[in-house]
Every structure is written in structure tokens, then in C-alpha cells.
Design a binder for this molecule. Structure first.
Ligand code: PGA
Length: 246
């Protein structure tokens, strides 16, 4: 399977710096051997739509509403994201679970809305440090994925799954390739039990992935790509990760 390297810009960027970053990335796009996407703040979707035209770069959003339309001030629907040709949307990022109190059920609803609009949800799961130390890693990620499987049933092979241990996000602490592979294998088995097409689901790793550790992580049998935060904001770093994905 072709690997997927997706950048998560989080709440960073400006019209000027986005243009410079995307142009720097695209100047190397002839060398890309993997799928490459950028998940950007919603106001920049139209900019990405323009910048990525006639290029292999795909883009997406970082969140979507569980509602379709109506009195939900500040929310953005899957239909609106589709209007801007979003290919992906991140759902259930740990920063949204933690700071916006998103539950497993809400995340499953958001994934359902994305799928119904033809957008691939990048569903994030991952344990906190406290949960890992208490030996609860498998239980937590399985519970988070089970909610999404429960609501999305036969469509489950259409998602991208991101394993992002919360203790590794933005901390410079990466899961070892063995730690990550172990959890990815657990998630793959859970997908297999739910779908005959589990083999085609990209399970990507996120959490301080960088130019130095990407190759080893991406060499693991069940690591099909990366969801990259900090290192996606610097062209040279992101390009090194892309180069490691072949
Ligand atoms: P990081 O973020 O690469 O900066 O750790 C990853 C993410 O939050 O998706």
C-alpha cells in the first residue's frame, strides 16, 4: 500500500507563509513516492484548493461538525468542506478530545458525517501517559475505535486511522517503533474483525514524528504513514519525512 504522510498544521499559518511553504513542498513533488496531504485551518482551505491545483498534493480540514446545517454558531459542516474539495478531515484529535471535551460517540458521529459527504476522516486514537502507565493503552484505543466501528459499520474500511499517543504529541517524545507497531497491530486486528477490507485501511502514526525517526517508524509492517504536526510546518523537515515514506 502506498504510504500516506499528512501534515497537521494545527492553528498555525498565514496567507503569506502558507504560500511559501506549499510552493517549497511542491517544488519537490516529482520525487514523492507516497500520498501527501495537508490538514489546514478552515479559513485557508480555499487557498490550498488553489495552490494544490494540478499537483499531487491533497488537503483537508482539522475538524467537522456532527450536524448537517442549522443553528450551530461557529461549526463547519461536511458539506461545506466538500464545497472546497477537501479530501480529508481529522476527527477526534486528542487536542479536541482534551480541550473541547469531545467524546468517543461525538467523534464517531463526525466520522459518519465526513464519510456521508465523501470525505475521508482521519480518526485519531491514543492513550495519555497516565493511561499507558496504568497498563490501559490497548483498552483505551480499542474503546475509541469501537465507537467509530459501531456507528460506521461496513464503511469502516474507508477511514484513515491515526494512532497518536497523547504523551508523544508535541513533546519530542516519540513512541519507539516497537511500541507503535504493537498498538497498530492491535488496531489492525480490531479492523479485521469488523471488515473484510481492513488491509486497505491506512493506519498512520502521529506524535513527534520527525526527519530523524520517520524511517524506522515507517519500516514497521502496520505503520502505513504519518500524521505530522510540528515537523509539517518546515518544508525541509516535512520533505525528509516524505522521502522516508516509500
Ligand atoms: P506533533 O503533532 O507531530 O507536533 O507531535 C502530531 C499531531 O498532533 O497530529
Amino acid at each position: 500500500m502506498k504510504k500516506l504522510i499528512a501534515g497537521n498544521w494545527k492553528m498555525n499559518g498565514s496567507l503569506e507563509s502558507n504560500a511559501a511553504l506549499v510552493q517549497a513542498l511542491l517544488s519537490h513533488s516529482a520525487d514523492w513516492k507516497c500520498d501527501v496531504a495537508l490538514c489546514v485551518p478552515a479559513p485557508y482551505l480555499s487557498q490550498l484548493q488553489n495552490l494544490s491545483k494540478a499537483s499531487p498534493l491533497m488537503f483537508g480540514a482539522q475538524d467537522v461538525s456532527m450536524h448537517e446545517a442549522g443553528a450551530f454558531t461557529g461549526e463547519i459542516s461536511a458539506g461545506m468542506l466538500k464545497d472546497f474539495e477537501c479530501r480529508y478531515v481529522i476527527v477526534g484529535h486528542s487536542e479536541r478530545r482534551q480541550f473541547h471535551l469531545e467524546s468517543d460517540a461525538l467523534v464517531a458521529n463526525k466520522a459518519q458525517k465526513a464519510l456521508a459527504s465523501g470525505i475521508t476522516p482521519i480518526v485519531c486514537v491514543g492513550e495519555t501517559l497516565q493511561e499507558r502507565e496504568a497498563g490501559l493503552t490497548e483498552e483505551v484505543v480499542k474503546r475509541q475505535l469501537a465507537a467509530v466501528i459501531h456507528l460506521n459499520g461496513h464503511c469502516i474500511s474507508e477511514i484513515v486511522l491515526a494512532y497518536e499517543p497523547v504523551w508523544a504529541i508535541g513533546t519530542g517524545k516519540t513512541a519507539t517503533p516497537e511500541q507503535a507497531q504493537h498498538v497498530h497491530a492491535v488496531l489492525r486486528a480490531q479492523l479485521h474483525a469488523a471488515s473484510a477490507h481492513a488491509d486497505r485501511v491506512h493506519i498512520v502514526y502521529g506524535g513527534s514524528m520527525n526527519a530523524a525517526n520517520a524511517s524506522q517508524l515507517l519500516a514497521q509492517p502496520d505503520i502505513d504513514g504519518g500524521l505530522v504536526g510540528g515537523a509539517s510546518l518546515k518544508a525541509a523537515d516535512f520533505l525528509s519525512i516524505i522521502a522516508a515514506a516509500h
